[in-house]
Design a protein. Structure first.
Length: 257
């Protein structure tokens, strides 16, 4: 059976789950085997297993080393490779079933190296960051499913605007870094720096709510099956961001001691 659907799923600030992704994907295609929430959950779990395995491999390779410069190849390779693969997936969504696992592995290599660097400086920080990341994920999922948090249009607009502002600040920091200029206070461990990181963590966490809503509506609209992989990839993007921001926040707090 061929069905043609046209629908809008609202806004999401996740660059992988943009507003018209499911709309374009489901126009004029067979939906006898559509996307489901359970399928998306299973694929997200699989990607997390791949990421964890890759991170664990790098962790075991680097932990305890005196020369942390050994982490640079893993960090750069995972970050650059992950970015390239992510761009391919975003612009060619049908590649998600094949490239989403590759992205998860590359991000695992990157996170394994970054986590080792932070752990060597602040023992125990990685366990705390992982626990807080998954604790936040499950807490917000429960709040979303119970209706305590609703992804209204105003809520979406606020999160999208806040995420865009953070993105601009990070872009400015990156560009100014080439000229030896840094934005004062926000990257330090002072009150302003910690406050900034706390705000970023909250915004990153709220992006999970938008992702939950987007995935749910994609399943309701019977998007094609490969979109389960794409949606899982998008959710993984948010989780990686959230983990990194929590790691940064904890490092600022620990460096004050």
């Amino acid at each position: 059976m061929i069905r043609t659907r046209s629908y809008s799923l609202g806004r999401t600030s996740n660059p992988a789950l943009s507003e018209e992704v499911f709309t374009r994907a489901a126009q004029g295609i067979t939906v006898d085997d559509p996307m489901t929430i359970r399928g998306t959950v299973n694929k997200t779990a699989f990607l997390l297993i791949l990421l964890t395995a890759a991170a664990g491999f790098v962790w075991a390779t680097l932990i305890g080393t005196v020369d942390l410069s050994q982490a640079i190849p893993w960090t750069l390779g995972g970050a650059i490779g992950g970015f390239i693969v992510a761009m391919i997936i975003i612009f060619k969504k049908t590649t998600a079933p094949y490239l989403a696992p590759v992205y998860a592995i590359l991000q695992g290599l990157f996170l394994g190296a970054i986590s080792t660097i932070f752990e060597m400086k602040f023992p125990g920080i990685v366990f705390q960051a992982v626990a807080l990341t998954f604790g936040t994920l499950f807490a917000l999922l429960m709040a979303y499913k119970s209706g305590l948090i609703k992804a209204t249009e105003n809520f979406k607009l606020g999160v999208v605007a806040a995420t865009g502002s953070i993105g601009l600040i990070y872009l400015a920091t990156f560009v100014l870094g080439f000229f030896g200029v840094s934005i004062p206070f926000i990257h330090g461990n002072g009150i302003i720096g910690i406050g900034f990181s706390l705000v970023v963590v909250v915004i990153a966490a709220l992006n999970l709510v938008l992702d939950f809503d987007f995935i749910e509506k994609g399943a309701e609209a019977k998007a094609p099956k490969y979109m389960e992989w794409y949606a899982s990839f998008g959710l993984l993007v948010t989780l990686v961001w959230l983990y990194l921001e929590i790691l940064r926040l904890l490092s600022k707090l620990r460096s004050r001691n």
